[in-house]
Design a protein around this ligand. Structure first.
Ligand SMILES: *Cc1c(COP(=O)(O)O)cnc(C)c1O
Length: 527
């Protein structure tokens, strides 16, 4: 384990407190005036660090800020020039492959193509199928194409009951929200379960906790095994008569490893409850990885107990952000996803997913991405990504201070027993990289995309990573960067403080309006 960063404001002994004790102590501790003062000071400092990193345009004379409507609208060219300036400043990092995930395709010609598809249908709203029947056509076909990639055909042959169906949502989170809501309502209607629970590995995406939080389902998180995959026996032990759903990921976001879906789905099937495969990250890679001969364990509808799957078109489907697909084994199950209002004076109302009005432009662009890529396009993209990832993995494994976690295919997590990995993360950030910091254990990951398959990116990453590790080994830690915050968040047993810090982050990201103060005369409003 990495020792907490030296600048962590809490004594090391605190980090060794058992969590249950910390949970019990925390409210009392936080009432002590000295602790409160210290925390407030720490939060002020964290807020300042965050403000500087999150708002680089603040105070930039070339970039006007609009805290109120301009009295007269700006000329069109002026508005577009501002947008172009911002895009130009931000493009190099993601275009040149400095980001983990984030932009999955990103070739300029591809982006232009998607933008044209979006532009042609930007006014369309699928809530009005009389005006835009094309939107329903796009959604039906996106669902069908994605379902066939997820083993729908074989499943229909194996299981006469199977009739795969689904909807397009705004993203992986909404796909997962919809699935959890569906099982909640299904279990209430068919089993009379009013205190629903779901069992999921610790590595499953927080969208499941969000769903639990929104929909009143209890999420039972189960530690993963030493290979970072779901622990089937532990998940079995966590099941109760109130369990409505088991979850596995293909692969999980943190370590990029695929859970033992057949074993987990069999458990769910024995009990007659739902099983959701979260293939948000893997749905557009695994089918082609399998074709290409990579070892891909079963994850899709060919596994009998799998009753729903989420797959993100806006990740490795190379569609623009704002689309994902949620699939179900049967339309009877999907009906529990729907919402209807029968008595509204505004008319009869029905919607399949969370949104009311939606963007038909995004449906058009996602449809365009699928039809333009085709099987061959996705297979070739997967081949390039998987080969690049193997080279990256070998390069990381060759750095003696680092070790790769688990046995990943293209999302590669690595940790260190010798250096503070969060300082390595900061050192990589200073070199332009935007990687993901993980916790429990502290680690970094890179999700390999087509941006990393460009010539020279792998070499640059490995060179920078070696330099970063050397720098951390030879230089004393500085107060700068996010390493102390990450270190504290990983090791601090007082999770309420970490929770407050995350809320602070959201506050700083989109701050409240400033209060007018005396030193800053507010023309027209001051008194
Ligand atoms: C990205 C991701 C999600 C959530 O997707 P969003 O599109 O960010 O809402 C869920 N599960 C996994 C495994 C993911 O990688």
């Amino acid at each position: 384990m990495t020792e907490p960063s030296p600048s962590t404001p809490f004594p090391k002994a605190v980090t060794r407190l058992p969590r249950w004790l910390a949970r019990w102590m925390e409210p009392w501790l936080r009432k002590l005036p000295a602790v409160r003062r210290e925390l407030e000071a720490q939060f002020r400092q964290v807020a300042e660090t965050l403000r500087q990193t999150l708002h680089p345009y603040e105070g930039d004379p070339a970039m006007p800020a609009f805290s109120r409507l301009p009295p007269q609208g700006l000329p069109e060219e002026r508005v577009l020039a501002l947008l172009e300036d911002l895009a130009r400043r931000e493009a190099p990092r993601w275009q040149e492959g400095y980001a983990s995930g984030a932009v999955y395709h990103g070739d300029p010609a591809w982006v232009r193509f998607l933008n044209r598809a979006y532009g042609l249908h930007s006014q369309s709203n699928p809530l009005h199928p009389d005006l835009w029947p094309s939107a329903a056509k796009f959604e039906e076909e996106i669902v069908a194409m994605v379902a066939r990639m997820a083993g729908a055909e074989a499943a229909i042959r194996q299981d006469p009951q199977a009739r795969i169906c689904g909807n397009v949502t705004s993203g992986g989170t909404e796909s997962i929200l919809m699935a959890v809501k569906t099982y909640r309502d299904w279990a209430r209607a068919t089993r009379g379960i009013t205190q629903p629970e779901m069992v999921l590995p610790e590595s499953a995406h927080p969208a499941f906790d969000k769903a639990a939080h929104y929909f009143g389902v209890r999420a039972m998180r189960v530690p993963v095994g030493p290979d970072y995959r779901a622990d089937v026996d532990a998940m079995r032990r966590a099941m109760t008569p109130n369990t409505i759903l088991l979850v596995g990921s293909a692969p999980g976001f943190p370590h990029g490893v695929i859970d033992p879906i057949p074993q987990l789905a069999a458990l769910a099937r024995e009990r007659g409850i739902g099983f959701h495969t979260d293939a948000c990250l893997g749905g557009f890679i695994l089918p082609w990885a399998e074709d290409l001969g990579y070892p891909v364990p079963p994850w899709d509808f060919r596994v009998p107990g799998v009753t729903s799957i989420s797959i993100d078109t806006h990740k490795y489907g190379y569609a623009p952000k704002g689309t994902s697909v949620v699939l179900y084994r049967s339309p009877e199950l999907r009906r529990y996803q729907y919402f209807t209002a029968t008595d509204w004076p505004g008319g009869l109302y029905a919607s399949a997913t969370i949104a009311g009005s939606r963007s038909g432009g995004l449906l058009a662009a996602a449809w365009a991405a699928l039809v333009r890529m085709g099987e061959a396009g996705y297979r070739e993209a997967a081949r390039r990504i998987l080969e690049t990832a193997q080279a990256l993995r070998q390069g990381i494994e060759a750095i003696p201070e680092l070790r790769v976690l688990g046995d990943p295919l293209w999302v590669i997590a690595f940790a260190s027993d010798q250096v503070d990995i969060y300082r390595v993360l900061d050192a990589m950030s200073r070199r332009g990289w935007s990687l993901n910091g993980l916790q429990r254990p502290p680690a970094i990951h890179i999700a390999v995309t087509l941006r990393h398959t460009l010539p020279g990116v792998t070499e640059r990453f490995l060179r920078d990573l070696k330099d970063a590790v050397d720098e951390v080994k030879t230089r004393p830690p500085s107060e700068e960067g996010l390493a102390p915050i990450y270190g504290m968040a990983d090791s601090l047993p007082f999770r309420g403080i970490v929770d407050d810090m995350l809320r602070l982050y959201l506050d700083v990201l989109v701050p409240p309006l400033p209060r007018p103060d005396a030193s800053e005369a507010d023309p027209g409003k001051s008194d």
